[in-house]
Design a binder for this molecule. Structure first.
Ligand SMILES: Cc1cc2nc3c(=O)[nH]c(=O)nc-3n(C[C@H](O)[C@H](O)[C@H](O)COP(=O)(O)O)c2cc1C
Length: 311
């Protein structure tokens, strides 16, 4: 049975994607530098590095440290700000023959509102990912993120929903007691799609200097180390909320990707793996095709959410 690419297509919100693989925010630079290295056709969509209202220079270096089976980063959302992004970076993205999702971040509700108002006018913009889960920028009123609080999540997403009809993807933090409760708040407020997970808080020390390695002291952990945790987060959310889910966190190969699909992910985000292997998406897509053929499944939709739990 020859599996056509259309049988790998998925729908999230109003978006129909030719592949379930999505490049996770912040791990793809501005895509241009990957020309010739990455087969963009393997991706169903790209999510940009999070853009903020004004430019951010990011956190004090070092900003990246490898840990056993993981990567700690504290980039701090370095970006040129929405105006320069739209003038200088967006034209390249807009020319890619691929849906591009712009990720936005802010410290206050007002910043998010102004960003959404700006993006609502952008033609050819497939969707907006609302990053309310960055571990590396402190919110003005304290150290928590919007997505650590169900009411704050609800109020913010409700306000953004009133402004735009564009597909709103809400990206959640796993650094909470009950991620399903936050997901339910986002859904109730009008989110179209959920995106899980952002990185887990972490830190690393130099035992000789007895100082933290990251300039920002703490960072966000990604990569294989978090995979069982992020799979669990997906399991909790898909049981509670009926919205489409882009899930990831530690997906490194075909087996990982299949686990997330079986557990109920409608699409998969690939992050840290892109920094290690520029061919990862192509290998994973081939692997998914082979699995479907071997298991005589005519479409990826038969695999999604096919988890068999003994009770
Ligand atoms: C270097 C780096 C930069 C990141 N920047 C962002 C960002 O700007 N916005 C965001 O929502 N997530 C950001 N992330 C988080 C990823 O999008 C992803 O949610 C996380 O790394 C977990 O997936 P992974 O284990 O596949 O990398 C970043 C991750 C890394 C490693």
């Amino acid at each position: 049975m020859e599996l056509m690419q259309k049988n790998l297509s998925i729908k999230i919100g109003k978006l129909r994607l030719s592949s379930p693989l999505i490049a996770a925010s912040g791990t793809f630079g501005y895509a241009k530098e990957l020309d010739g290295l990455v087969d963009f056709n393997c991706f169903g969509a790209l999510i940009t590095k999070t853009v903020t209202l004004g430019p951010l220079t990011g956190n004090k270096p070092p900003r990246i440290v490898e840990t056993p089976c993981g990567l700690l980063n504290s980039i701090g959302l370095e970006n040129p700000g929405i105006n320069i992004f739209l003038e200088e970076k967006w034209p390249y993205f807009a020319e890619l023959n691929l849906p591009v999702i712009i990720s936005i971040g802010g410290k206050t509700k007002n910043e998010f509102i102004r960003l959404i108002e700006r993006l609502d006018e952008v033609k050819n913009l497939s969707a907006i990912e609302v990053n309310i889960s960055c571990p590396n920028i402190a919110k003005a009123r304290g150290a928590t993120m919007f997505s650590q609080d169900a009411d704050e999540t609800y109020n913010l997403i409700k306000a953004l929903r009133r402004i735009t009809k564009k597909t709103l993807i809400v990206k959640l933090t796993p650094n909470v007691t009950d991620i399903a409760q936050i997901a339910a708040s986002a859904a109730k407020a009008g989110a179209d799609v959920l995106s899980l997970v952002n990185t887990y808080f972490g830190m690393s020390l130099d035992i000789n200097s007895r100082k933290p390695i990251l300039g920002n002291i703490i960072g966000g952990l990604s990569g294989p180390a978090i995979k069982p945790l992020s799979l669990y987060a997906l399991y909790q959310v898909q049981k509670t909320v009926k919205l489409p889910i882009i899930a990831g966190g530690g997906i490194m190969d075909t087996k990982d990707a299949l686990e997330f699909l079986i557990c109920g992910a409608d699409a998969l985000s690939l992050g840290t793996v892109n920094l290690i292997n520029t061919k990862a998406a192509s290998e994973i897509l081939q692997g998914i095709k082979k699995y479907l053929q071997k298991n005589k499944m005519s479409s990826i939709r038969r695999l999604i959410g096919s988890l068999r739990c003994q009770s």
